[in-house]
Ligand binder design. Structure first.
Ligand code: USQ
Length: 393
């Protein structure tokens, strides 16, 4: 299959390009390196050094045995995107090209506006370019479990049956996002669903949980094929941040009561799930939702797991709750469904401990790189609009 990855230079996009090519797919990619710039703006860098795109492409050809067709440009530029789709003629588009950080979107009005314009316009442009250039192509759109938020009821996969005043319908399950970033994904979901309903496009909207990990087996040992690993307050997600903190001797920092529950999955399973969606496309005109995560944990449970694996590596790991910079529920009900991917054959890794060991092995050699950007991991972006460093509780 010809698969175009929008956001191919990112944490998920780059390994996905390798994973798909090794399964025999022809891969194209679009990027303009924004993620590198955002992390730089946060005063940070990837803990694991990543190669420039030109070097990545050379290593890709050597290791994978074929070229990645790379298109450098802005996903919000309609003519550029249309030409890229016309030239590559994708049968599947995986849309990962968004600003993915909740804290970054909450910095100020400029970052909120940027997040929503970048994410919404990019998706809208792709929907129009698909309709014009490749209407039969399927869209695999990366959403987030955070679209649902943490409602006090079970969370279905996208849709639910509603009965009101004696009449029934199947409707999109209500969303309750907790940041401008998560809200941008809610708006995307509405736009993608409508494009399928009105224009007959087809899409899988992936509500993905928090991804962690440093590698997938398919990358091998070539340093030019490594994917990025962020640990700053914006682009480092909870588990990845905690591992980096452990490596440089900083306490792990559950925010507030630390009982926030989220769905998590390792990088290799994220690749597996995205590929299952690509290889089992929806019907023409179909819009479907997959909730994509493996296990639900609260943040303190996670910190304890990381502490115990860190101890095995001789690290002295402390857990110190931090005043929560976010406005969120710190204790709540959380019970999302996630059956659709299992129906397609998803086989979860299920072994967080093994994954954490791999992460420590990959990160310890880069201790100095993490240490040199230590300041960037202390959160000071607050949901109430002020900028002040959180204190340990
Ligand atoms: N948290 C801590 N301590 C930390 C960092 C985070 O307690 O040092 C807490 C947060 O307050 C939050 C939870 O951990 O309750 C998850 O935070 P996160 O930064 O790992 O994840 P989040 O901001 O929700 O966003 C990440 C990705 C995003 C993706 C989302 C999936 O950045 O792109 O959409 O995970 S989900 O969380 O399921 O919405």
């Amino acid at each position: 299959m010809r698969v175009m990855i929008c956001g191919v230079d990112g944490y998920l996009g780059w390994p996905l390009s390798i994973y798909l090519a090794k399964r025999g797919h022809e891969v194209g990619g679009i990027d303009n390196y924004m993620r590198r710039a955002w992390v730089g703006e946060m005063g940070s860098q990837s803990a694991i050094p990543i190669a420039k795109m030109a070097e990545r492409l050379l290593a890709y050809r050597e290791n994978v045995g074929r070229n990645l067709r790379f298109y450098k440009g802005d996903l919000a530029d309609y003519n550029f995107v249309l030409n890229a789709y016309k030239s590559f003629r994708p049968e599947a588009i995986v849309y990962l090209g968004e600003m993915p950080s909740a804290p970054y979107s909450m910095i100020d009005v400029h970052h909120a506006v940027f997040t929503q314009t970048n994410n919404l316009i990019g998706t809208l442009v792709t929907l129009y370019a698909m309709r014009e250039a490749v209407p039969e192509c399927q869209l695999v759109k990366l959403g987030t479990m955070g679209e649902y938020g943490t409602p006090n009821v079970d969370i279905p996969e996208g849709f639910f049956e509603i009965e009101y005043r004696g009449r029934k319908d199947r409707m999109m399950f209500p969303r309750k996002a907790g940041s401008w970033y998560h809200q941008s994904k809610v708006h995307d979901t509405n736009n993608v669903e409508m494009a399928c309903r009105l224009w007959g496009l087809c899409s899988t909207d992936i509500m993905q949980g928090v991804v962690y990990g440093t590698r997938i087996d398919e990358m091998g040992e070539d340093t030019d094929l490594k994917t990025r690993f962020d640990f700053d307050q914006c682009f480092g997600t909870a588990i990845n941040r905690f591992c980096a903190q452990a490596v440089i001797g900083l306490p792990l920092t559950p925010y507030g009561k630390g009982q926030q529950r989220r769905g998590f999955l390792p990088l290799c399973d994220s690749m597996q799930c995205l590929t299952l969606a690509i290889e089992n496309p929806p019907r023409p005109g179909e819009y479907r939702t997959f909730n994509q995560f493996e296990e639900v944990y609260n943040i303190t449970e996670l910190a304890r797991k990381i502490q115990s694996v860190g101890n095995k590596f001789g690290l002295d790991v402390e857990i110190l709750p931090l005043e929560n910079p976010r406005i969120e529920q710190e204790e709540h009900y959380y019970n999302p469904d996630h059956q659709h991917l299992f129906d397609l054959g998803y086989k979860p890794t299920h072994d967080m401990e093994r994954e954490l060991e791999i992460m420590f092995r990959d990160l310890i050699p880069h201790r100095e790189r993490i240490e040199s950007r230590k300041e960037a991991q202390f959160p000071d972006i607050r949901w109430d609009g002020t900028r002040r460093r959180s204190k340990y509780l």
